[in-house]
Ligand binder design. Structure first.
Ligand code: FES
Ligand code: FE2
Length: 335
């Protein structure tokens, strides 16, 4: 099985198509909104979005573009009672309605100038948004994933949000995702991780599904089960095989043909101590730094133009084959 053509990893036209056909229609993880007044901002294929939990606890999401002159209304995340634009202070309620516009008289028709609603849905504490018109429910994208996560031993409702980490790599988004989808490189490139997780092929499990792909590994020294899922196109969900419940979740998205950004929200069991979390993150950071070097190297090799494509090794790289089939189907002229 050959890889996708290397040209598809650097061509801006290919990326434009992928943004439009793969990222824009997808349910995109935005964050967690623990209480009334919580809000979080994100972008879906270039569309700024804000998700809020309103006063009654209801989730809402809007295009985060001001109806005055187009500024992004709010940034970051946190708590709020209204959504006030940082440019000229047009102020929207958590229902998106325009409440106030400084200096505006009665002739301004506020009813026509509310924030544009978009779809929002949740899986436990995880809030997703979708900018497509009338999308199918989130449950359809997730499929059996929530059941799998639970049956593999993790109760997501018992976790507490700890922090968010933003990161980026110098590689096409598909290089970053493909690197995530195999542990063929683990023994060679992640010695620290491989000391903790049994990465031998007979002990390490791969499974692909129509909307996501999964791998499972257990701790070398115990029963703890790890699970690593990738929901198409680019949402990661990691559970490390550790003594305490833990999870990190977050999307990656293309910043340019050769640059990919992302974030991970870390959640831990309430009993996890600062010292435990620190040791956990040290290993996590080490793996992340090692992967950043790998994918940048792949990007340079592909971009050299010497070879047209590469060779996939099955079954170790079967999730990459599944990902590439999904990408190809999604961007093909008939979709
Ligand atoms: S652009 Fe938002 S208030 Fe002017
Ligand atoms: Fe890796």
């Amino acid at each position: 099985v050959r890889t996708l053509p290397y040209a598809a990893y650097s061509d801006p036209d290919v990326l434009a198509r992928e943004r439009e056909l793969l990222f824009r229609p997808a349910w995109t993880y935005a964050g967690h909104l623990p209480e009334p007044g919580s809000y979080v901002t994100t972008r879906v294929a270039g569309v700024p979005v804000v998700a809020v939990r309103d006063r009654d606890g209801v989730l809402r999401a809007f295009v985060n573009v001001c109806r005055h002159r187009g500024a992004e209304v709010v940034s970051g995340g946190g708590r709020c009672t209204t959504l006030q634009c940082h440019y000229h202070a047009w102020t929207y309620g958590l229902d998106g309605a325009l409440r106030a516009a400084p200096r505006a008289g009665d002739d301004l028709d506020r009813s026509e100038l509310g924030l544009l609603p978009v779809a929002v849905d949740a899986w436990g504490p995880f809030v997703f948004v979708n900018v497509a018109e009338d999308p199918a429910p989130l449950a359809q994208t997730l499929g059996p994933l929530p059941d799998i996560v639970r049956s593999r031993g993790l109760d997501i409702g018992a976790l507490r949000f700890h922090h968010r980490v933003e990161y980026g790599v110098d590689a096409n988004w598909k290089v970053a995702i493909e690197n995530y989808l195999e542990c063929y490189h683990c023994a060679v490139a992640h010695p620290g991780f491989s000391q903790v997780v049994d990465v031998r092929p007979d002990e390490y499990e791969l499974a692909s599904h129509p909307t996501f792909a999964s791998h499972y590994g257990h701790a070398r020294d115990g029963e703890a089960q790890g699970q690593f899922h990738l929901v198409w196109p680019a949402l990661k969900l990691n559970v490390m095989p550790a003594e305490l419940p833990n999870l990190s979740i977050g999307p990656m998205w293309p910043a340019s043909p050769s640059r990919t950004d992302g974030f991970l929200d870390y959640f831990f069991a309430p009993e996890a101590t600062d010292a435990w979390i620190e040791a956990f993150l040290e290993l996590d950071d080490q793996v992340g730094a090692e992967d950043a070097v790998l994918v940048a190297s792949v990007q340079r090799g592909m971009a050299s133009g010497v070879f047209e494509d590469g060779q996939l090794l099955l079954p170790s790289e079967e999730l990459i084959a599944a990902f590439q089939a999904w990408v190809s189907a999604g961007v093909s002229p008939r979709g």
